[in-house]
Write a protein that binds this ligand. Structure first.
Ligand SMILES: [Zn+2]
Length: 75
C-alpha cells in the first residue's frame, strides 16, 4: 500500500524510521523498537559519563595526595 510498511515506530525518538535502522529491544515493560542511532547515542553517552567519572576520581585522588604532601611538609 504505502512506504509505511517499511518503517517502524521508534520508542526513543517517538517517530518512524526505516526498518533497517531499527532494533527490537526487550525491556522489563516489554518489547521496544529503537533506532540504532539512539542506541549508539545512549552507549556513547554512558561511556563518556563513565570516562569522565573515572577522570574525576583520578583528579580527586591526585589532589588528595598533593594536599597530604603539603600537610606533611608543614609538620
Ligand atoms: Zn529513533
Amino acid at each position: 500500500m504505502s512506504a509505511d510498511t517499511d518503517t517502524i515506530f521508534c520508542y526513543h525518538c517517538r517517530t518512524h524510521h526505516p526498518k533497517e535502522e531499527m532494533r527490537l529491544l526487550v525491556t522489563k515493560t516489554g518489547k521496544r523498537w529503537r533506532c540504532l542511532k539512539s542506541i549508539e547515542a545512549t552507549k556513547q553517552g554512558k561511556a563518556a559519563r563513565e570516562a569522565y567519572g573515572k577522570q574525576m576520581t583520578e583528579t580527586n585522588k591526585a589532589e588528595a595526595r598533593s594536599k597530604a604532601r603539603l600537610l606533611n611538609a608543614h609538620q
